[in-house]
Write a protein that binds this ligand. Structure first.
Ligand code: PRP
Ligand code: URA
Length: 238
């Protein structure tokens, strides 16, 4: 890299930093998995960030990134053996065992991730939490909620591409814990330190999977550098 290229990068970093509201640095705990070591994830998340990426490409990237994160988040699922027949011979195959897991997208933006999980775990059930955050106060508001039967006995994967202040994720996790859910993972594509910090403090029992941990939040509560409003980009509403 040339000196002038390094200077450009330094300027970009300085500008990003200047947009962030001050916040102490936060480290991931042992239940937080930041997956930015993964080259495919980083490549695709960068494509998502670009402001000129159109809505249909953005939706496709959301699904691809979710599939990659799921590979990490679902490594521990239990398997059982059973006999299948290949064109050559019988063999012992494996299938996911135990009670069907539940994916819980937080509306709207989490809906963009649901198909990707259904594609890899077709027998999973879906719960829904409809929530928006007030643009001024940044407080979350639940407007709809419906969970599958027997949710307290099942493993839960909450989906939301963005973890900003953490208010929405915190409220969603509390809602599911009040219903008796014990084994919960939260999957997001981009997180701010503030959101990661809040979940680590309030829910040390929840596994947190983060595609990329960004610099911070701007004064309007948007993640910096982030990708803007995920819901609007998925549904083309702006
Ligand atoms: C976004 C995002 C999260 C929330 C994160 O949803 O999808 O749910 O903001 O912010 P927080 O961590 O500060 O709570 P939004 O409220 O924009 O609703 P939408 O998905 O309907 O666009
Ligand atoms: N919600 C989004 O969609 N984007 C952000 O940057 C923060 C919250």
């Amino acid at each position: 890299m040339t000196k002038s290229e390094i200077k450009v990068l330094e300027e970009v970093l300085k500008h990003e930093q200047s947009l962030c509201v001050p916040y102490p640095s936060v480290r991931p705990t042992h239940t937080t998995h930041v997956l930015s070591w993964h080259p495919l994830l980083m490549h695709k998340i960068t494509e998502m960030r670009k402001k000129d990426t159109d809505s249909s490409t953005f939706r496709k990237l959301v699904e691809e990134v979710t599939t990659l994160i799921c590979c990490e988040a679902m490594q521990h699922l239990e398997l059982e053996e059973y006999v299948v027949e290949t064109p050559i011979c019988k063999t012992i195959g494996k299938r996911i065992s135990g009670k069907k897991l539940v994916v819980v997208p937080i509306l709207r933006a989490g809906l963009g991730m649901e198909n990707a999980v259904k594609a890899v775990v077709p027998k999973s059930r879906t719960g829904i939490i409809g929530m928006y955050r007030d643009e001024k106060t940044l407080e979350p508001h639940v407007y709809f909620e419906k969970q599958p039967n027997g949710i307290s006995e099942r493993e839960i994967f909450i989906l939301d591409p963005m973890l900003a202040t953490g208010g929405s994720a915190d409220a969603a996790i509390k809602l599911l814990k009040e219903k008796g859910c014990k084994k919960i993972s939260f999957i997001c594509i981009i997180a701010a330190p503030q959101g990661m910090d809040l979940l680590q403090k309030n829910h040390p029992d929840v596994e947190l999977y983060i595609g990329c941990l960004d610099k911070g939040l701007n004064k309007d509560g948007y993640i910096v550098p982030g990708l803007g409003d995920a819901g609007d980009r998925i549904f083309g509403t702006k």
